[in-house]
Design a protein around this ligand. Structure first.
Ligand code: IPE
Ligand code: IPE
Ligand code: MG
Length: 247
């Protein structure tokens, strides 16, 4: 039996990230077009945001569109962009009411001006909220994130703000996305594949991984709680021995 989410002793991951995969297969299984799966997936987003708030998670990061997803059929990409815009305008007020800080991480320069403006507006509206940080990764790639961080450091060296010898893991970390949040504790992937698909490569260094066959539109609050229960059972050793951790 899974322990209740109200269990006082349960370890709650501070920062959870999700690769929301399986929308297309969910739709195809119902004889619908892939787009129907993306639309249905929005309900699962609402469910995990609610679950994260209830459980006391501090940061939730969702992979919505990868830097590789531009390679999909043009029609699917354009529907995804429209859906993103629609959700932004419709849902952000509700996030704000629930004390959620909203932000988008990724290379936003490739999005339309309208979408970029809407993102900025939503980020500004919710900037001072403290209940949960909801980050949406859009046109995000883990390799892009690391290369971009390296570029920032190179520019600081060039401007004599730091010296070459100052560069270390901490300085590079500070230039990566989500650096201001607590370390990634749990990475969930739905949809049955066992890969990271260029998501949070740097940030996932010591995250626990949770893979489930459940397709994203079928993922609900209960399954989210289940993932937290599994996390609670994991022993995180961070390079030490089990004896050192349990003494
Ligand atoms: C994930 O679902 C959503 C995005 C990548 C935007 P998919 O669209 O990848 O669904 P499958 O993997 O084809 O079933
Ligand atoms: C990863 O899913 C990206 C998102 C969930 C947004 P994909 O469906 O694009 O991943 P691959 O290409 O199958 O690995
Ligand atoms: Mg997929």
């Amino acid at each position: 039996m899974a322990t209740s989410s109200l269990d006082q002793n349960k370890k709650i991951p501070q920062h959870i990230a999700i690769i929301m995969d399986g929308n297309g297969r969910w739709a195809q299984a119902q004889g619908k077009g892939r787009v129907a799966g993306h639309k249905a997936g929005v309900d699962s987003v609402r469910a995990v945001v609610r679950g994260a708030r209830k459980a006391g998670v501090k940061a939730l990061t969702l992979f919505a569109f990868s830097s590789e997803n531009w390679q999909r059929p043009e029609k699917e990409v354009s529907v995804l962009m429209d859906l993103f815009m629609y959700v932004l305008t419709k849902e952000v007020k509700r996030l704000h009411k629930n004390d959620i800080r909203f932000q988008v991480v990724g290379d936003l320069s490739r999005f339309s001006d309208k979408l970029q403006k809407s993102i900025k507006k939503s980020e500004q509206l919710t900037a001072n909220n403290t209940g949960l940080v909801l980050s949406i990764a859009a046109n995000y790639g883990g390799r892009w994130d690391i290369a971009n961080a390296a570029k920032q450091l190179a520019s600081q060296v060039q401007n004599n703000e730091i010296s070459l010898d100052d560069i270390n893991e901490d300085l590079l970390h500070d230039q990566t996305c989500l650096a201001e949040l607590s370390a990634l504790d749990l990475l969930i992937r739905t949809g049955g594949d066992y890969r990271i698909s260029n998501f949070l490569l740097w940030q996932a260094a010591y995250a626990e991984f949770y893979f489930t066959d459940v397709l994203w539109p079928d993922f609900n609050e209960e399954q989210f709680e289940q993932a937290i229960d599994v996390f609670d059972q994991r022993e995180r050793r961070f390079g030490k021995t089990g004896e050192q951790i349990n003494k």
